[in-house]
Design a protein around this ligand. Structure first.
Ligand code: ADP
Length: 250
């Protein structure tokens, strides 16, 4: 689904991504791991259109998507979430979900003003969709809670929910498990697996928690020093000498 070809991203003389090539197969939950500073987040930022690459290509289903801005990638079903959830804290959980499509498509408030009848219809459809998402994520009870009052893990679930408001095909998750308690981590893990199995989502996730990776991801890609060091099942990766060395070296 996604092919990254010999990608480089340099910051001045520093090669954060230094000739990374990898493939994310449709239907997988692919893990991306590696020591701090390996270039994982930079790679995500380039794929998701937040940073232009220095050189190299990103293909989605054979189409060159290198350097496309996030909103165009969004229309192709490529989304990313952030390590720090970007919720609108004074709005309710349900309102946060409803913000996604209009916000992301760049629809202006003025065009909404001129099409109020259509907007009401749209709003009803959005409400229904938001309720369906809350139900799927088993967080209906948080519907009217202000997003700012959610715990870190609940915010991560909300981020995941926002990807469900549109027809995502591939979602890049940046440390969705970081700082989340075990119970919520299980809920998040279950939601990811169900989105993958029942809705055909492909995931690529940066993660540090190896238990979480082992439970969810196959394959796992390891990055070190801006390059892909290894790829395989979680077990194979954890037994790989080069991988162990890369972690110990930091
Ligand atoms: P990881 O996500 O694997 O921890 P990052 O992609 O965040 O790694 O960072 C890779 C390297 O690139 C780090 O050494 C980081 O300091 C550097 N880096 C990341 N973004 C920038 C930037 N905007 N300017 C300069 N250096 C950066």
């Amino acid at each position: 689904m996604i092919v990254v070809e010999n990608l480089h991203k340099h910051f001045g003389g520093f090669h954060a991504v230094d000739g990374a090539s990898l493939e994310i197969k449709a239907g997988t939950i692919t893990g991306l791991i590696g020591p701090n500073g390996a270039g994982k987040t930079t790679l995500f930022n380039v794929i998701a259109g937040r940073l232009p690459p220095t050189s190299g290509r990103v293909l989605m289903n054979g189409e060159d998507i290198t350097g496309l801005p996030p909103h165009e990638l969004f229309h192709k079903g490529l989304l990313r979430t952030f390590q720090i959830a970007h919720e609108f804290s004074s709005m309710t959980v349900r309102e946060n979900l409803m913000m996604v499509p209009a916000d992301q498509t760049g629809e202006s408030i003025w065009s909404s003003w001129f099409h109020r009848g259509a907007i009401r219809e749209q709003e009803k459809a959005l409400l229904d969709k938001a309720d369906e998402v809350l139900d799927f994520l088993t967080i209906d009870h948080l519907r009217d809670e202000k997003a700012g009052n959610l715990s870190g893990g609940q915010k991560k679930l909300l981020e995941l929910g926002r990807t469900m408001m549109v027809d995502a095909r591939i979602v890049f998750l940046d440390e969705v498990g970081a700082g989340v308690n075990r119970t919520l981590l299980n809920t998040i893990g279950d939601a990811i697996v169900r989105l993958n199995k029942e809705r055909g989502y492909t995931f690529c996730m940066i993660e540090h928690d190896m238990d979480f990776i082992k439970r969810l991801c196959d394959p796992v890609i390891v990055m070190a020093e801006g390059k892909v060091l290894a790829e395989g099942s979680a077990d194979a990766i954890m037994a790989n000498e080069q991988v162990i060395e890369a972690y110990l070296g930091t």
